[in-house]
Design a protein around this ligand. Structure first.
Ligand code: ADP
Ligand code: ADP
Length: 227
């Protein structure tokens, strides 16, 4: 479905991503595991179109995405910092992307409402639709962030350390929720993490990134990890 071909990216002559190729399958949950500085965030930004590679390309259903702006790529990107609007209600945060896309919001408000409420139910926030985001817990904010991305129905959802800001308990619940959402919506997920347990527990396949190179891609059972 998505193909990364020979991607390269350097900063000031120092390579962050080196000749990286990868096939991402439709509807899979792919985890991308690597230590800090291995190039995980750079790779997500290249896929999202927030940066251009020095070489290589990103292809979606065989079409090159080079020069296609981020918002045209049909990708969702849940970034590390939630980037939500704290003074706006949960509902309006989730609706924001939809409203922004629809050029004629008055025609579409009923449709927007249906989509947003369905999504809030999926992430377990139906009761909090009117609550200001600034008053939510970290885990709730994280769920708003995921809902806001998924409501736009991306083909692929990029998640940058989506569990990073959560405590152990919330982390586990959010992990289960993400898997459930994947099953319900059939979205392809690319989930970046520095946490080996998380990568192995959540991925259908795990990509191990080291120093800008892919070291291994396999199902979790076959990923070699240090004893
Ligand atoms: P990770 O997400 O795995 O921590 P990054 O993709 O953030 O890794 O970084 C990979 C390498 O590229 C690091 O050496 C980092 O310092 C460098 N790097 C990333 N972004 C930039 C940037 N905007 N400018 C300069 N160097 C960068
Ligand atoms: P992470 O390690 O979680 O990937 P970072 O804190 O390394 O995140 O990076 C956060 C931001 O800083 C990114 O936008 C990245 O491009 C930028 N960045 C990372 N390393 C460098 C660097 N060496 N020089 C300039 N910008 C960098």
């Amino acid at each position: 479905m998505m193909e990364l071909r020979g991607l390269e990216k350097s900063y000031g002559g120092k390579p962050a991503i080196k000749d990286l190729s990868l096939d991402i399958h439709k509807n899979e949950y792919l985890t991308l595991l690597g230590p800090s500085g291995s190039g995980k965030s750079t790779l997500l930004r290249l896929i999202a179109g927030l940066e251009q590679p020095d070489r290589g390309g990103v292809f979606l259903d065989n079409a090159a995405l080079l020069n296609m702006p981020a918002h045209m790529r049909n990708l969702g990107f849940v970034q590390q910092k939630y980037a939500l609007f704290p003074h706006m209600a949960v509902f309006d945060n989730v609706a924001f992307g939809l409203r922004y896309r629809h050029l004629n919001p008055l025609d579409d408000e009923a449709e927007i409402r249906t989509k947003v409420m369905d999504m809030l139910e999926l992430v377990g926030l139906s009761d909090l639709e009117m609550r200001k985001v600034g008053q939510l817990s970290g885990g709730q904010k994280q769920r708003v962030s995921v809902a806001r991305t998924l409501v736009c129905e991306p083909k692929i959802c990029l998640l940058d350390e989506p569990l990073g800001a959560l405590d152990a308990n919330l982390r586990e619940r959010m992990a289960i929720e993400l898997r459930r959402i994947r099953a319900a919506l059939g979205v392809t997920f690319l989930h970046v993490t520095g946490n080996e347990t998380e990568a192995l527990a959540m991925g259908d396949r795990v990509v191990v990134l080291d120093n800008g190179c892919i070291r291994q891609v396999d199902i979790p059972e076959k990923i070699f990890t240090k004893p």
